[in-house]
Design a protein around this ligand. Structure first.
Ligand code: SF4
Length: 308
């Protein structure tokens, strides 16, 4: 296979969908998470950093509309004409429908915004919330990023995610009934995870009506339970080589229609404990391209719906 993308790159998908380069505006809307505020747990998922993955959001100290304005006026904002308002950190559907609407509306303040994307947990999707999100579909491309990490509920318990894989299925069904695009989030290298767990997670994903996936390696940030486990020799991070080979398995067994939104995590350098290679995005992206070429692999090469 030559001169063709070996997996469905997000940028190409956006170009085809919106007709040109389209960038995400990352927004910190000040949400919390039931896994952090004591409702389900106070500790959060064992890898969750203080800002719930929002460390790299610029202007997060501003209100939502000003975060959007500042981004559009910034250097990055001048590099495209179309944008997606992306509610990124913590649980962006964890509030009343009225408050959610008010927050989403605060971001949709410019005609160049063509999409609304919301990251959340499966147990925070209800029919009412899906209806609210669907109400934006006549004007915007609406998508929801749903955490899964693994289909193995035992590991789910170990990482303290406080929802089950069955709840993921329910959330996907509710969202798809409302024609909302679903992007699943999975991780490679979780504690106690075997290669069979990866295989099962890929089969689980393939069996769901999802449109996109984000994949990243498990990395350790400061002041997390995972960092304590690492310092107590209870957790050893995976190597770059293991990550790339496992990623190659995932991509080559994944349904060919799914869009790959990400294959590397963005750990803030000053917060990263380990593994060090995680800060080298190019090592991951270029290393993965090289591996796919060497092994002549592509997305869905070994996909079979019989395995589902
Ligand atoms: S669901 Fe997300 S925000 Fe909540 S604790 Fe887990 S990783 Fe953090």
């Amino acid at each position: 296979m030559e001169d063709k993308e070996r997996y469905n790159h997000l940028n190409t998908y956006y170009k085809n969908k919106f007709g040109e380069r389209t960038l995400k505006i990352c927004i910190d809307a000040g949400f919390s998470c039931p896994n952090r505020d004591g409702t389900l747990s106070s500790n959060g998922c064992i890898f969750c950093s203080e800002k719930g993955s929002g460390e790299l959001i610029k202007f997060s100290n501003l209100d939502i509309s000003n975060q959007v304005r500042n981004f559009l006026n910034s250097y990055r904002g001048k590099r495209a004409n179309k944008f997606i308002a992306y509610f990124q950190n913590f649980t962006n559907t964890y509030d009343s429908v009225e408050n959610l609407k008010s927050k989403y509306d605060s971001a949709l303040i410019d005609d160049r915004i063509v999409g609304l994307s919301v990251a959340t947990r499966p147990d925070c999707i209800t029919e009412e919330i899906a209806n609210l999100l669907a109400s934006y579909s006549n004007k915007y491309n609406v998508s929801v990023e749903l955490g899964l990490q693994t289909s193995n509920d035992k590991i789910g318990k170990l990482i303290n995610r406080c929802y089950s894989s069955c709840q993921f299925t329910t959330a996907v069904n509710i969202l798809r009934k409302n024609n909302i695009e679903v992007i699943a989030h999975i991780m490679i290298g979780l504690p106690n995870e075997t290669f069979d767990d990866i295989k099962n997670t890929v089969s689980f994903i393939n069996a769901h009506d999802i449109q996109g996936i984000k994949i990243h390696s498990t990395y350790i940030t400061k002041n997390t339970v995972l960092a304590d486990m690492y310092y107590n020799n209870q957790y050893e991070p995976i190597t770059l080589e293991y990550y790339l080979n496992t990623l190659a398995y995932v991509i080559s067994h994944l349904r060919p229609d799914i869009i790959i939104h990400r294959i590397s995590g963005d750990a803030p350098k000053d917060l990263l404990v380990a593994p060090e290679w995680n800060t080298h995005k190019k090592w991951i992206l270029n290393g993965f391209e090289k591996l796919l070429k060497e092994k002549d692999l592509w997305q869905g090469k070994y996909y079979s719906n019989k395995t589902v």
